[in-house]
Ligand binder design. Structure first.
Ligand SMILES: C[S@@+](CC[C@H](N)C(=O)[O-])C[C@H]1O[C@@H](n2cnc3c(N)ncnc32)[C@H](O)[C@@H]1O
Length: 264
């Protein structure tokens, strides 16, 4: 990769993995790919792409925004005709189900600047995916996997864990990338649940958790005022006193609250 001497673009979150061992560990986490269509976001120079193709998936679709990197995939395209396709696009705007059929697995070292937005987009349609093996900045992985009563617990943790089984697999040091990022990275595996852990309207839950975590030091009786005009009935029906702070609520309690709230 270094021999191409292209200047990595910070604006596109370009930090390329150098270690073959780490590439192998990541792809192995996705399990067998034989009968699966695979999507890779941001293939870059194709380090993960090559390893994914070595697993002989049914089909691999890569989505890369940087046209100068798309050009580097000619050889892979020739070697894997009919099995591999790369499109130049912004992954945030792609409608996956129009491009590949189920069953689908996602494997990606995500560009850090769009990683949360992309993950939220997938959560909205999570049943489309069999599993996702994803690298995030460590801080984001910690927010996704955080438990109640921890500083990282928030809207992203509630939504992710309501819909999926998620495991933090391993951390990666900055020295394993070119150029070196300032922070550690983490790989997580995401297994969508057949149905959410608790029945709830996702839009209401999202608005509720965003509103209360935006004021995470405040007690619920105060922070709920911004989204409902009937705080006391809402709290009573959700079996809460109102003294609680959002980080102490379990996912089940958030769902009960969402099911009982009448939004302004
Ligand atoms: C962290 S690098 C990963 C590169 C390579 N897969 C690796 O692991 O070495 C992120 C990649 O995503 C691409 N990218 C950035 N923003 C994107 C977007 N909105 N849609 C698709 N690809 C994007 C970058 O150009 C870059 O190739």
């Amino acid at each position: 990769m270094k021999k191409f001497l292209l200047k990595p673009k910070k604006s596109l979150g370009q930090n390329f993995i150098l270690s073959n061992e780490i590439i192998k560990r990541i792809v192995a986490l996705a399990g067998s790919l034989k009968d699966f269509n695979v999507i890779e976001i941001g293939p870059g120079y194709g380090a993960l792409t090559r390893e994914i193709l070595a697993y002989n998936p049914k089909f691999l679709l890569s989505i890369e925004k940087d046209s100068s990197l798309v050009k580097h995939h000619e050889q892979l395209l020739n070697e894997h005709q009919g099995k591999y396709r790369i499109i130049e696009a912004d992954a945030l705007n792609v409608v996956e189900k129009e491009l590949v059929e189920c069953p689908v697995k996602v494997i990606a070292n995500l560009p850090y600047n769009i990683s949360v937005a992309l993950f939220l987009k997938w959560l909205n349609n999570i049943k489309f995916f069999t599993n996702l093996t994803l690298m995030f900045q460590k801080e984001v992985a910690e927010r996704i996997t955080a438990e109640p009563n921890s500083k990282d617990y928030g809207s992203l943790s509630v939504l992710s864990q309501l819909l999926c089984d998620i495991k933090k697999e391993f951390d990666i040091e900055p020295k394993e990338f070119f150029p070196r990022p300032k922070v550690y990275s983490s790989v997580i595996t995401v297994k969508p649940l057949p149905t959410p852990r608790f029945a709830v309207n996702l839009e209401t839950l999202t608005k509720l958790t965003r509103a209360v975590f935006a004021q995470r030091r405040k007690m619920l009786r105060n922070s709920l005022q911004s989204i409902t005009s009937d705080v006391s009935t809402t709290l009573e029906n959700a079996k809460l006193s109102g003294d609680e702070r959002p980080e102490s609520l379990t996912i089940e309690q958030f769902c009960l609250l969402a099911n009982n709230i009448i939004m302004r």
